[in-house]
Design a protein around this ligand. Structure first.
Ligand code: SAH
Ligand code: SF4
Length: 341
C-alpha cells in the first residue's frame, strides 16, 4: 500500500514540485494552499474550484492530516490550552493567548525533550520524537479553526527544543511566513532555545527576520549546569559568544528568558553577575515567574522579583516581568506557561 504524504509537511515550492513530478497541474498548488491555510479546509473534497478528477488524484496520493483535539481548557482571562493527539498516539500541548491587540500561539516542536532541565516537566517526561513541519503547523491551524480567530504571533515555547528539530522547525516557519499560506509577519515569530549553539549559528545565516530567545536562567556556569545539563556542552562563554556573533550578523536585539527561582538565582549578586555577562549584547530580559511543577523549585516571591527587575533596569538592562496568563488552568499543565510575549 502506498503511504500517503501529508500536504501540511510541504512548503509551497516543495508542493509545487511534487505536483509536477506527479504529473498534476503544479499551478494548482496556490489554490490548494489557499484552501488549507486561508479557508481552513480539512479535506480535498471541499476544494470545489478544483476539478473532480484532480481532487480524486489528490486523494489517491496525499492526505490532509490533523491531530485529534483531546482537551480544550479555557481560562477566565481567555487563554486556551489544547492537548493534541497525533496518529501514533503522541500528545503535545499548545496554548492560545489573547491580548488586547493580538492573538499569540505557543506551540510545541517535539514530543518530549532530551535536554532534561531540572525544573521542566517536559524534560522530566523524556523524549519521544520530533514533530514534522506539518505537525507543528497543524497546531496553529487547529487553534485557528477551533477559535475561529487568526493567529498573529507564534512562539516556539511549548514542548521540546526547536533547535534540535531544526529542519522541520524551519520548514514550518517558511509556511507560517509565506503569503500563500499563513502570512504571519516574520518579526512576530520567536524561537526559544536552551542555548544550542549549532542552531544559533545556523539561524544567524537564515534570510529571516525572526526573534531569537535564549533561556539563560542563571548567570554563572556553576549554577546553570545544576538546572540545565546542556550548559556542560555549551557553557555560558561559548553561548554568549555565539549570541554576539548572531547579533553582529543580524543586527537584531535578542531576548533572554530568566526564570526566577527562590533562593537560587534571585539575589543582588546574581543580578550583578547577569549585568556583567550581558555587557555588549543588545537585549531584553524576560523575568519569568516559575510555574511550580513539583520538582523541588520554588517561585521567587513577587516583591523580591520586583527588586530584581528594578536592579536590572537601574543598570540599563531592559528587563520585564512576565504577566502570567491562564493561571487558573495551570493545574493540568507542567510546561506551557501563559505569559505575554
Ligand atoms: N526548549 C526550549 C523551548 C521550550 S521551553 C527552551 O528551553 O527554551 C520554553 C521556556 O519555558 C524556556 O525558557 C523554559 O526554560 C521555560 N520553562 C520550562 N518549564 C517552566 C516552568 N515550569 N515554569 C516557567 N517556565 C518554564
Ligand atoms: Fe527541553 Fe526547554 Fe524543557 Fe529544557 S526547558 S527540558 S530544553 S523543553
Amino acid at each position: 500500500m502506498r503511504i500517503l504524504e501529508n500536504v501540511l509537511d510541504y512548503d509551497y515550492q516543495g508542493f509545487r514540485s511534487k505536483l509536477e513530478r506527479e504529473k498534476l497541474e503544479p499551478y494548482r498548488a496556490t489554490q490548494i494552499f489557499d484552501w488549507i491555510y486561508k479557508k481552513k479546509a480539512t479535506s480535498f473534497a471541499v476544494m470545489t474550484n478544483l476539478s473532480k478528477k484532480l481532487r480524486e488524484s489528490l486523494n489517491r496520493r496525499f492526505e490532509l492530516k490533523f491531530p485529534e483535539l483531546v482537551t480544550r481548557v479555557e481560562s477566565k482571562d481567555g487563554t486556551v490550552k489544547f492537548l493534541w493527539k497525533y496518529a501514533d498516539g503522541s500528545t503535545v500541548e499548545s496554548v492560545l493567548l489573547r491580548y488586547s491587540d493580538r492573538i499569540s500561539a505557543c506551540i510545541s516542536s517535539q514530543v518530549g525533550c532530551v535536554l532534561k532541565c531540572k525544573f521542566c516537566a517536559t524534560g522530566r517526561s523524556g523524549f519521544v520524537r520530533d514533530l514534522t513541519s506539518g505537525e507543528i503547523l497543524a497546531q496553529i491551524l487547529g487553534m485557528e479553526k477551533s477559535e475561529n480567530e487568526r493567529i498573529g504571533n507564534v512562539v516556539f515555547m511549548g514542548m521540546g527544543e526547536p533547535m534540535l528539530n531544526y529542519d522541520e522547525m524551519m520548514r514550518s516557519i517558511h509556511v507560517m511566513v509565506d503569503p500563500k499560506a499563513l502570512k504571519i509577519s516574520q518579526r512576530r515569530i520567536s524561537i526559544s532555545t536552551s542555548g544550542i549553539v549549532d542552531g544559533i549559528e545556523r539561524l544567524a545565516n537564515e534570510p529571516l527576520d525572526i526573534v531569537l530567545s535564549v533561556s539563560l536562567h542563571a548567570p554563572i556556569d556553576e549554577k546553570r549546569v545544576k538546572i540545565m545539563p546542556i550548559d556542560q556542552k555549551y557553557p555560558l562563554a561559548v553561548l554568549l559568544e555565539s549570541i554576539k556573533n548572531y547579533q553582529a550578523i543580524k543586527g537584531k536585539r535578542v531576548t533572554f528568558e530568566y526564570i526566577l527561582f527562590d533562593e537560587f538565582n534571585d539575589s543582588v549578586e546574581d543580578a550583578k553577575k547577569l549585568i556583567e555577562i550581558l555587557e555588549g549584547i543588545k537585549c531584553n530580559v524576560n523575568l519569568i515567574p516559575y510555574n511550580e511543577t513539583g520538582m523541588g523549585f520554588k517561585r521567587t516571591p513577587s516583591e523580591k522579583a520586583r527588586k530584581f527587575e528594578s536592579f536590572l533596569k537601574s543598570h540599563g538592562i531592559e528587563a520585564v516581568m512576565r504577566i502570567e496568563k491562564g493561571s487558573d488552568i495551570d493545574a493540568a499543565c507542567g510546561q506551557l506557561r501563559r505569559r505575554t510575549l
